[in-house]
Design a protein around this ligand. Structure first.
Ligand code: HEM
Length: 429
């Protein structure tokens, strides 16, 4: 548990009656340039990081990598669906729907948040947005659902007597997924329309909640590692100690997590430095309240200023600096500051925080084990400066794009990564 950090009380202290605490302009400056067991299981995180992240680092631009990692996990755990590219129709519909949705729910993002009566007036901006979001949400649901149903039909024909087994696809390539599990049980036990609707809505919520947040954290991760070679070197020394067996490398797994305190400290520091939702998600009070002399009427929209909490100078001196060491004791063990405020608080805390934590930890450990990251150089060999700007997209913060080189650390690591490439999967599995 966290020791003496910001509490839920400090969350309540921010009301619409009072200006938000002095949040750093960088997050919001428009002028910047450039469930089910599926939710608890780290398995999807492991295979996605290994198959979708590492081989791609050898060949793809980083923005595609961060998207691929972050989008594939929720889509595969919910629908067993693997998008083929960043222009996959599910991704396009989701991107647009999430962007419009976060605009609408942002405090001040819509007049209807201030004057709720406007929700009922047809042809207002909010009404039109809501209609468009509904259309896009239907697309996000129906495309992967139809793909999954097709696969399941072939299962019925092929494996009729094994319908209650976890073999969803005739070709056997799909991992178990929430919607598939439901459809399978429905064939055996039946289900009401309402139950089906609920499951599909859960799947959609997870996809919406999991993708952009993980993308944002992964962007911060790549930026911070690229600009901090000292942190990379320290982390790689720790990883080599655990992962090199007889000189031969192996990839990290979640079982290694307790043996790698510096990697854990990097995870905590990335989430502290760049909380993906700097102002959390807005909530409304259910009754009148007083806090430190401020009256907060029932129905007030409250935004927890997570960014201010993770950049509290008293708690985190030099808060803009990236220093994983702030989470370590003098003897190199982890300190007690293990509450990741970026996931929110209380009853509505992020339900996917364990999936996110496993995914991000594996991404940090695997990337650093296999690669060195450094800023790109121009034709004369000079380092191209990387700015520290971050921009907002709805409620989410994203690092502005930057260029970096991602090089395998050695021939041995490179060969290991190549074995994970999809074209080699059959050979090595
Ligand atoms: C870096 C990754 C992530 C961050 C920083 C993050 C952060 C958050 C935050 C701040 C909230 C709002 C909490 C509140 O209302 O106080 C939230 C809610 C939620 N998150 Fe996450 N999240 C992440 C990843 C995920 C993943 C991977 C999933 C699903 C697998 C997920 C599913 C959800 C859901 C369903 C909610 C709504 C919970 C509710 O309202 O009861 N999130 N998340």
């Amino acid at each position: 548990m966290q020791s003496g950090g910001p509490t839920v009380a400090s969350v309540n202290s921010i009301s619409t009656r009072r200006p938000l605490p002095n949040i750093n302009q960088r997050w919001f400056s428009k002028s910047t340039t450039s469930s089910s067991d599926c939710l608890k299981s780290p398995k999807s995180s492991i295979s996605t990081v290994k198959r979708n992240l590492l081989p791609k680092l050898l060949i793809r631009p980083t923005n595609e990598i961060t998207h691929r990692l972050s989008i594939t996990i929720p889509l595969s755990t919910m629908y067993g669906y693997t998008p083929t590219s960043l222009t996959d129709p599910v991704i396009l519909a989701a991107d647009e729907s999430i962007e419009l949705g976060t605009q609408v729910i942002s405090p001040g993002g819509s007049l209807a948040n201030v004057f709720p009566i406007l929700k009922y007036v047809p042809w207002t901006w909010t009404q039109r947005m809501a209609k468009e979001i509904r259309r896009l949400t239907e697309e996000m649901k129906s495309i992967p659902l139809e793909a999954l149903k097709k696969d399941m039909v072939s299962v019925q024909v092929h494996y009729e007597s094994m319908i209650s087994d976890y073999e969803f696809k005739a070709n056997g390539t799909a991992s178990p997924c929430l919607v598939g599990e439901f459809l399978e049980k429905k064939q055996v036990y039946g289900a009401t329309e309402e139950e089906e609707e609920t499951i599909l809505n859960v799947a959609n919520t997870v996809y919406g909640a999991a993708s952009d947040t993980t993308i944002s954290a992964t962007e911060s991760l790549f930026y911070l590692l690229t600009t901090h070679p000292d942190v990379q070197a320290k982390a790689q020394a720790e990883l080599d100690n655990v992962l090199l067996e007889g000189g031969m490398p192996r990839l990290p797994t979640l079982e290694d997590r307790p043996s790698l305190p510096y990697i854990e400290a990097i995870y905590r520091e990335v989430m502290r430095w760049g909380p993906p939702l700097p102002l959390g998600l807005p909530h409304a009070t259910t009754e009148d309240d007083w806090y430190k002399g401020y009256f907060i009427p029932k129905g007030t929209i409250i935004s927890p200023n997570i960014w201010a909490m993770t950049h509290d100078e008293n708690r985190y001196p030099e808060p803009m600096a990236f220093k994983p060491e702030r989470f370590l004791n003098d003897d190199g063990t982890l300190n007690q500051d293990d509450r990741i405020l970026a996931y929110g608080f209380g009853r509505r805390v992020c339900v996917g925080k364990h999936v996110a934590s496993s995914t991000l930890w594996l991404a940090i450990a695997c990337v650093l084990a296999c690669f060195n990251l450094e800023p790109k150089r121009d034709a004369d060999g000079n380092v191209i400066d990387i700015d520290d700007k971050v921009h907002e997209e709805g409620l989410l913060a994203h690092k502005t794009p930057f260029k970096c080189n991602i090089e395998p650390r050695s021939v041995e690591w490179m060969s290991l990564v190549e074995t994970l490439s999809p074209k080699n999967q059959d050979k090595y599995n």
